[in-house]
Each structure stands twice: as C-alpha cells, then as structure tokens.
Design a binder for this molecule. Structure first.
Ligand code: 8X3
Length: 261
C-alpha cells in the first residue's frame, strides 16, 4: 500500500501556488486515498479546489476552512473545529507565507513588518504548537516548513522577509533537536525563484513589477516544489529529508540568476 494511504495532510495557504499544487500532488500520489485539510484566506478558491479534487478522485476526503494564520486566536478555533476524521494530522505543511514590499530599512511600512512576521513566523509557530501534541502522543508525523533561499542568503530590499525565513529555519532546527527521541520528522523546503502569486503580492498587485522578477530566466513552478514536499514525506520512516535548497537551473544564490538578454 502507498505510504500515504489514509493519511491526514493539513496544508495552509492552500488556495493557490505551492499550497494548491501540494494538495493536488498528495491526492495524485495517494490516488485519492487521502484526507486533505485545506485552509486559506480565500474560501471560494478552496471551494473550487475541493470540487476539482473530488471530481478527479471521488474517494478523497477534503475539509476546507477559511483561515488567516496570522490570526493566532483563530488558529485554536480552527484546530478544534476539525472533524474527528481529520484531527490526527499526519503531515502538517506550513505553507502560508508572503513577502510585502522591497523597501529598504528605514522606509519599511510597519504594517508590512507586522504582516510578514505575523504570518510567516508567528502563525507558523503557533499552528505547529497546536498540532505537535497530537503528533507526540502518536509518536509520528511530519512537519514541513516552507523556508526560502531568502532565509539563508539575505538580500537588500528583503530585510524583513529574509529575517522571517531565517526565523523559520532557526525554529525548525530547534524543533528537530527537541524531537530527537521521537519519530516526528521536521522537513524544511527552501525554494529559490518559483513563479506563483508570490511576486504579485510582494509588489502589491503590480503585475508588471512582478513579472520582471522572472524576466529572461525560467523560474520553478509550484508543482516542482509540491513534488519535493510529497517526495520528502513519502520516504521510509527512518529517513528524514531534513532540508533542501531548490533552484531553477539558472539560479545559484538569491541574487545570482542567469538571464537571457
Ligand atoms: C522566495 C524566493 O528569492 O524571492 O522565497 O526570496 S526570493
């Protein structure tokens, strides 16, 4: 049987991009024999996603909920409201995250600082804290953290975003050490350039600025990262893909990208 059969996969930020692709990739890898708990701020997008998943895999179980991970009070409510058959989370994919702006220190909007830390760091930590006790009780589970090259190789104009991803990395490393005597795996996935709504959000809706980010180079797509997430969580239980750094072939650091003229 598949290593995923019957498992509960909880994905945040599942309405688009890497989160959505990851939902599909889990469904695909498990041939629909899986339970997906999908959350995001945009509920209508989740409704569409659920419909697509069910039309492709009639046996799949999908729970959707509107959730903004930056709202810590709501996280507890969300976890408590999960239906019984979704409560024992096997894989937590902490995917929700965002960059806001490319301003330099001294000019960064306070709301952007708060927004990035609240979602990328506080939300991720708080949800992990809520899911971990169950994993500990069952002595199994995967915690998959979406980091970034930005967390390893900070760049100008990314002071806050890079700091949030460094925080994710540091938190994940502490957690892996704390869980050393358990079978729980902490898996960090650090993508480089991936084309999703990420840059449109960073440039606050400017599609033109967003598309410049990828100009002349071929970025990864959401499915490339989804495949790695599913790969990492389907290894034999004694194998932990502790961390990954994933670039498109023409990228070698946060700022070293080969672009065709
Ligand atoms: C996204 C990658 O290089 O824009 O996390 O920070 S980058």
């Amino acid at each position: 049987a598949s290593r995923l059969a019957g498992k509960v996969i909880l994905i945040t930020g599942a309405s688009s991009g890497i989160g959505e692709a990851t939902a599909f990739e889990y469904a695909n890898a498990a041939k629909g024999e899986i339970k997906l708990a999908l959350s995001a701020r945009r509920f209508e997008k989740l409704e569409d996603l659920k419909e697509k998943l069910i039309s492709q895999w009639p046996n799949i179980k999908v729970h959707i909920a509107s959730l903004d991970v930056s709202n810590v009070a709501k996280l507890t409510e969300y976890v408590e409201s999960l239906p019984e058959e979704f409560k024992a989370v096997d894989v937590l994919v902490n995917n929700a995250g965002k960059a806001l702006g490319v301003d330099k220190v001294g000019q960064i909007l306070q709301e952007d600082i708060d927004g990035m830390f609240q979602t990328n760091v506080i939300g991720l930590i708080s949800l992990t804290q809520l899911i971990l006790p169950g994993m500990k009780a069952r002595n199994r589970g995967d915690i998959i953290q979406l980091g970034s090259i930005a967390g390893r190789d900070p760049y100008p104009g990314g002071g806050i975003y890079c700091a949030t991803k460094a925080a994710v990395r540091s938190f994940s490393h502490s957690l892996r050490k704390e869980l050393i005597d358990t079978k729980i795996r902490v898996i960090e996935i650090d993508p480089g350039a991936v084309q999703t709504e990420f840059s449109v959000v960073r440039y606050k809706g400017s599609k033109e600025s967003a598309s410049k980010v990828y100009e002349g180079a071929e970025p990864l797509n959401a499915l490339d990262i989804a495949e790695l997430i599913v790969f990492a969580s389907t290894r034999r239980e004694n194998t932990v893909v502790a961390e990954t750094l994933v670039f498109p072939t023409n990228q070698a650091s946060a700022s070293h990208v080969y672009r065709k003229k």
